[in-house]
Design a protein around this ligand. Structure first.
Ligand SMILES: NC(=O)c1ccc[n+]([C@@H]2O[C@H](COP(=O)([O-])OP(=O)(O)OC[C@H]3O[C@@H](n4cnc5c(N)ncnc54)[C@H](OP(=O)(O)O)[C@@H]3O)[C@@H](O)[C@H]2O)c1
Length: 310
């Protein structure tokens, strides 16, 4: 009699991505699809985007509506959140919305919460969106949900890439001064690390706080501009908005723009020179961190800025 051999079945874990339609969130989803032992559920208030990739289950959910979170979290093993409100809507989403999501995740007894936080956020209570991140970290710890805090530094590439646009015109706009160093990341690398944190098979990643950055450390804006000039073969003039402008404008700006105030406070925090990622834990789990040159080369290529000879 023929024997039928059954292959050992892999346990497919369900990952819910909150913030899946965002600039970074879409890249996280793209990376998760490469992990065959994960099924990907993506949450949005609007339903699936028109160009949704196959292989993703879309759920409607709003961080400000707890009942919708309970539905979205049914059967979920791992939650990732990169969602935010401070950039385009209201920082209430970063405070109350995160609180609702954490409470719902604890109620649903998820096995891992991968929360996108920010490097050194505990050192900047005066920066509203940094403060929201440390508050969320503390709430997740208090709720007893196993977590991975992936702490990002400044994005080299923003959704509207002001650095690339200026470089095309031969300029580099510097904030404050040319010499203070802080850490950066390319969002492609950050998204890959967040997906790795979710897919990590062992429990040794539980309750880790992982700074993300470059192997060769933080960089000044002069150093960033010099590397960009080197890899693109362009001459760049650096235009600096001095710290004094931020110090004078930060209070009046608050009357007009919550976001403007938040960003000015953030830049003034950068001035302290402590917005620096320690990549030791990143390298332990995700392998060697990229160097600044490697990241800037890939960024330049993606933006059509590389020399024709390269
Ligand atoms: N820019 C930087 O230099 C920097 C540095 C460090 C860390 N970060 C962090 O990086 C993340 C940026 O992510 P991103 O680029 O993907 O953001 P994004 O493009 O601004 O997208 C925002 C996402 O949040 C979701 N969202 C907002 N309010 C929501 C609500 N009430 N309920 C459910 N979802 C909601 C949106 O979903 P829908 O609209 O589809 O519902 C969308 O997917 C943030 O967490 C930010 O703090 C940024």
């Amino acid at each position: 009699m023929d024997q039928i051999q059954s292959s050992p079945r892999k346990h497919v874990r369900c990952v819910l991505v909150v913030g899946a339609t965002g600039f970074l969130g879409q890249k996280i989803v793209g990376n998760l699809l490469r992990h065959s032992d994960l099924s990907v559920r993506a949450m949005s208030r609007k339903g699936p985007p028109v160009d949704a990739a196959p292989g993703i289950e879309w759920v409607r959910g709003d961080m400000m509506e707890p009942a919708s979170l309970d539905r979205a979290l049914q059967g979920v093993d791992i939650v990732i959140s990169s969602a935010n409100g401070y950039m385009k809507e209201s920082i209430e989403i970063d405070f109350q919305g995160n609180r609702n999501l954490i409470e719902a995740a604890a109620k649903a007894r998820v096995g891992r919460f991968v929360f996108l936080s920010i490097v050194a956020c505990e050192k900047a209570p005066e920066v509203p969106h940094f403060h929201a991140k440390i508050m969320a970290e503390e709430m997740i710890k208090a709720a007893g949900v196993p977590f991975v805090f992936v702490r990002a530094p400044a994005f080299l590439d923003q959704s509207s890439d002001y650095i690339a646009n200026a470089v095309k015109g031969g300029r580099f706009f510097a904030v404050g001064d040319k010499t203070t160093r802080w850490s950066y990341v390319l969002t492609d690398d950050l998204a890959a690390n967040i997906a790795q944190a979710a897919a990590w098979p062992g429990e040794d990643i539980a309750n880790q706080t992982i700074d993300i950055g470059w192997r060769d450390g933080p960089k000044s804006q002069q150093e960033i501009a010099a590397t960009i000039a080197q890899v693109t073969g362009r001459r760049l003039s650096i235009w600096t908005v001095p710290w004094g402008v931020f110090s004078v404008l930060v209070r009046p700006v608050r009357l007009m723009s919550e976001l403007g105030y938040d960003l000015m406070r953030m830049f003034l925090f950068f001035r302290r020179g402590v917005f620096v990622a320690d990549v030791a834990t990143q390298e332990r789990f995700f392998g060697p961190a990229p160097t600044s040159r490697d990241a800037i080369m890939r960024w330049a290529k993606a933006n059509g800025l590389k020399r024709a000879s390269d």
